[in-house]
Write a protein that binds this ligand. Structure first.
Ligand SMILES: [Zn+2]
Length: 161
């Protein structure tokens, strides 16, 4: 019992965390499928989920399993901007399709630029990435950190001129 109880508690927590992830709804899947089709066979295994328990703004791509998980906070931030949500999906598909070994900032830039090409190829709004970062800049100002290019840098190379 001394050993089993902690294991049972750990299982309970891992199940709870996992069950908050639900497949994304139809409007998101429609965009995602267009992007997957344009991206080709390297992303055949990719699947889209929303973590309904997480109100932070974030998106994570798991290269091995092909899972792309949007937090509920990111989904809510993009309500009314489906093309911008699609740009983020395209960025994450870039991480899955092209494993990158450079610095994390250059990998992020590579996935950003891949997303623009993929959006165009899928017949979606390829200016949506610039529009997303313009919105981020106007709400949060120019944020920067060690792993991603600054908001303004991303806006500058993604915006449609
Ligand atoms: Zn990224």
């Amino acid at each position: 019992m001394k050993i089993i109880l902690p294991i049972m508690i750990a299982m309970l927590f891992s199940c709870t965390a996992y069950s908050a992830e639900v497949p994304a709804g139809k409007q998101y899947q429609t965009q995602f499928n267009k992007l997957k089709k344009a991206a080709g066979s390297k992303v055949n295994h990719a699947k889209l989920y929303i973590d309904t328990s997480d109100m932070n703004k974030d998106v994570i791509a798991y290269q091995g399993t092909g899972r792309i998980v949007f937090t509920q906070g990111e989904i809510l931030f993009n309500i009314g901007h489906l093309d911008q949500t699609a740009h983020i999906m395209a960025h994450e598909l870039g991480h899955i399709s092209n494993p990158c070994r450079g610095s994390s900032k250059s990998c992020e830039r590579q996935a950003d630029l891949y997303a623009v090409r993929l959006m165009k190829k899928a017949g979606l709004n390829h200016c949506a990435g610039g529009q997303y970062w313009k919105r981020m800049l106007s709400i949060y100002g120019n944020q920067s950190g060690p792993s991603h290019p600054s908001f303004r840098t991303r806006y500058n190379y993604l915006r449609c001129k």
